[in-house]
Design a protein around this ligand. Structure first.
Ligand code: PLP
Length: 409
């Protein structure tokens, strides 16, 4: 008799997006004429930039000729891409990363979900609340949690509330934790941390021999010069932090799939006797066993964002989204909402008026303004009373949606 992995049975159904779809469909059925605008999506809408398309086409042609055909590539990624990552994403920020510390992959979702595999099951994990659900669910599947309780949280996971009271910035855990998931710029709150704030986390991790799993998937949206783009800009971070980056939102690769994870050689985890093991070696072992690399045309396409033309084109796309973010943020402020994010991130996190629940606000927004967003409660208990709008829509829809919110809500 095959036994099931009972950890999977602890997971509640993935309720958020199916419930949104159900309510939108019902509304459409009842109001077939309504012109619905979706500002709830976390997916990009702008196409790949020309430099990326050209590079991908050239690479496909190479694959079609015997002289330039490539089979399996290195599991860690091609040197031509890793070199560009180091030269463009890290060197200009004063950060030294070595070639064998970058692992190219097909997404930050899988990397943030899989990385826990090389760490002990007895570790206590800490996540912010609200949170990108992948960090929690992947640890539940692995067996690092208790049951899903009546508060809508898992036992044995440390939740760090991010609320209006702390300006959406998590406070250091009161009890010892071993693995800390941080995401900045944050999904869903759109907030960032300063170097000084991030330094407290690095210091905590160094003191407690914990690991910080730092998700910087939205790094490209940072506009303010003083905000760190990488956790390695913080002194000591190379000893304790793993960083996840993605081309998904940076360059419209959500359907193309390319990302990378940085694992400095100094990051260690320990056995029961206190002996240290390099996570870089363990992650290499894991990837070479379970992963066969990202396709050559996709890596060639990713490398094209670091050419002069590619940089310029990608920057224009990001500015397009960030102008949407500005329109949403300023429109909401003008309409009297309390808002977070939207300055260095494509997400705007608003406090629902009159203590309305996230779902009540969702219903009112679609009914009155015909605009769809994402209820904050779907990201965790502390997201209740908040609501997420995204800047990934078209300009026309964004302007129209804000006009409706200002005049109708
Ligand atoms: N990390 C965060 C915080 C995200 O919001 C997302 C996607 O929405 C991802 C990672 C996934 O990125 P990828 O497309 O590289 O898997």
């Amino acid at each position: 008799m095959a036994l099931v992995n009972e950890n999977y049975l602890k997971l509640p159904g993935s309720y958020l997006f199916s419930e949104i779809a159900r309510r939108v469909n019902q509304f459409k059925k009842d109001n077939p004429e309504a012109d619905i605008i979706r500002l709830g999506i976390g997916d990009v809408t702008r196409p790949l930039v020309p430099a990326v398309v050209e590079a991908m086409k050239t690479a496909v042609d190479e694959m079609g000729r015997a002289e330039t055909f490539r089979g399996y590539g290195p599991e860690q990624g091609y040197d031509f891409l890793i070199q560009q990552i180091i030269e463009n994403d890290y060197k200009p920020r004063g950060v030294t990363i070595n070639m064998d510390e970058v692992f190219v992959s097909d997404g930050s979702k899988c990397d943030t979900a899989n990385f826990q595999e090389i760490l002990g099951l007895g570790n206590i994990i800490a996540v912010t609340d609200p949170v990108y659900p992948v960090y929690v669910d992947s640890n539940v599947m692995a067996g690092r949690s208790g049951i899903y309780n009546e508060k809508g949280q898992f036992d044995n996971i440390v939740y760090l509330p991010c609320t209006e009271a702390n300006g959406m910035k998590p406070e250091l855990p009161k009890t010892r934790v071993d693995m800390i998931y941080l995401c900045f710029p944050n999904n869903p709150t759109g907030m960032t941390m300063t170097k000084e704030e991030l330094k407290q986390w690095v210091d905590y991790a160094r003191e407690n021999k914990s690991i910080i799993l730092y998700d910087a998937a939205y790094e490209a949206f940072i506009q303010e010069a003083h905000i760190p783009r990488s956790i390695y800009e913080i002194e000591g971070a190379r000893e304790v932090a793993v960083e996840f980056r993605s081309f998904s939102k940076t360059a419209g690769f959500t359907g193309n799939r390319c990302a990378f994870t940085v694992v400095p050689k100094e990051v260690m985890a320990y056995d029961g006797a206190g002996k240290a093991y390099s996570l870089n070696s363990l992650w290499l072992r894991r990837q070479t066993t379970k992963f066969n690399g990202v396709s050559y045309p996709v890596q060639a396409a990713a490398a094209a964002i670091y050419t002069e033309a590619g940089k310029q084109q990608v920057k224009e796309t990001i500015q397009y989204y960030m102008e949407n973010a500005r329109i949403i943020r300023e429109g909401l402020v003008e309409a009297g909402y309390k808002v977070f994010g939207g300055v260095n991130a494509p997400y705007i996190w608003l406090k629902t008026p009159d203590n309305m629940s996230s779902w009540d606000f969702f219903d009112k927004l679609i009914r009155v303004a015909n605009v769809v967003g994402t209820p904050g409660a779907g990201f965790g208990a502390s997201g209740e009373g908040y609501f997420r709008l995204t800047a990934f829509g078209t300009r026309e829809n964004t302007v129209k949606a804000l006009e409706r919110i200002r005049t109708r809500m």
